[in-house]
Design a protein around this ligand. Structure first.
Ligand SMILES: O=C(O)CCC(=O)C(=O)O
Ligand SMILES: [Fe+2]
Length: 312
């Protein structure tokens, strides 16, 4: 299969019929594959390179140093998660050995004025435990801000693809509770355990994921048309996919596609940056087609329920 590609700059520059045609293409891709390679995103390469290098420097630190930025209590959402702690397949009820990875996770950069919901304050609005590594925090925050911006632009294209007013999502995503995750998959030495992957098969939870896989790296696969299909890691492009919340929001017009990062014997290390976009804590998610396919849920509590289900 030819992996789907969407050029955001071309969409943004288009008008009239041409714009409608590109919106229809996007609708078809998200209905069939739920994943695409995003070109024309305009994110400066220097921002990506800076956070990429910062993440590399962090993961190269000794574990006892990284542990200083571990989540301050079990279940706290941000900070360093070391090897052997997460098995994403558990979110699909599969019992597997832990994923062969470690990660650093960061949340929203500020708490919105008037945000007092105790569940939100105790979870998504917890501070990020920054590592004591020069340059890490500014590089991370600049990239995080660029991802928020890009997500807003992608959501405009999503609105067009759903035949909604193009600014439809704006009030629902103006205080998003997104998370950025740097992932480090160490080189595999010898054979992984039975059913062990770098990231076990799962679907993402939120509205939209913006992934920067290591250029030319292998192993990210999506389940589409009954087969595992490899996602190309094209230098300078992002991979985007929708998550369970967006599938629900569209009453399953779009698919939240199962994906994994496979572990094979004797692979080189691999790194990626995954930005999980999530609407405002209190955004009400009601089927956009006016149907009653799903009862309304709130974005934040919905995400917390997903975390609880996997014991995070
Ligand atoms: O590292 C990757 O390429 C994908 C990781 C992923 O799917 C996830 O963490 O949700
Ligand atoms: Fe994922």
């Amino acid at each position: 299969m030819q992996f789907p590609v969407f050029d955001l700059a071309a969409f943004e520059a288009s008008e009239g019929e041409a714009r409608q045609a590109l919106a229809r293409t996007l609708d078809t891709i998200l209905g069939e594959t739920g994943f695409l390679v995003l070109r024309g995103h305009g994110v400066p390469e220097a921002l990506t390179e800076a956070v990429w290098d910062a993440a590399g420097a962090f993961f190269a630190l000794p574990p006892e140093v990284k542990a200083k930025s571990a989540p301050p209590r079990p279940g706290a959402p941000y900070g360093w998660l070391g090897p052997n702690v997460e098995a994403l397949a558990a979110s699909k009820g599969e019992d597997t050995p832990p994923d062969l990875k470690e990660s650093f996770n960061g949340g929203p950069q500020a708490v919105p004025d008037g945000m007092t919901d105790p569940e939100a304050v105790a979870s998504v609005y917890q501070p990020t435990p920054w590592p004591d590594l020069p340059g890490f925090r500014p590089a991370w925050q600049a990239y995080y801000a660029a991802m928020e911006d890009l997500a807003n632009r992608v959501m405009v294209a999503f609105a067009a693809a759903l035949n909604l007013p193009e600014d439809y999502f704006v009030p629902l995503i103006d205080a998003p509770i997104s998370a950025l995750r740097a992932l480090q998959y160490p080189a595999t030495i010898g054979q992984p355990l039975d059913k062990q992957q770098r990231a076990g098969a799962h679907t993402d939870y939120g509205s939209l994921t913006i992934l920067m896989p290591q250029p030319h790296s292998r192993g990210l696969e999506v389940m589409t048309g009954g087969d595992w299909v490899e996602v190309p890691a094209e230098p300078g492009a992002f991979v985007i996919n929708i998550g369970d919340l967006m599938a629900r929001w569209t009453a399953d017009r779009w698919v939240s596609t199962l994906h994994r990062v496979v572990a094979k014997p004797d692979q080189p290390a691999r790194r990626s940056l995954a930005f999980f976009h999530q609407p405002n804590w209190a955004a009400e998610i009601v089927p956009l087609d006016g149907s009653d396919a799903y009862p309304p849920v709130l974005s934040g509590p919905y995400l917390m329920e997903k975390f609880r289900a996997t014991g995070r």
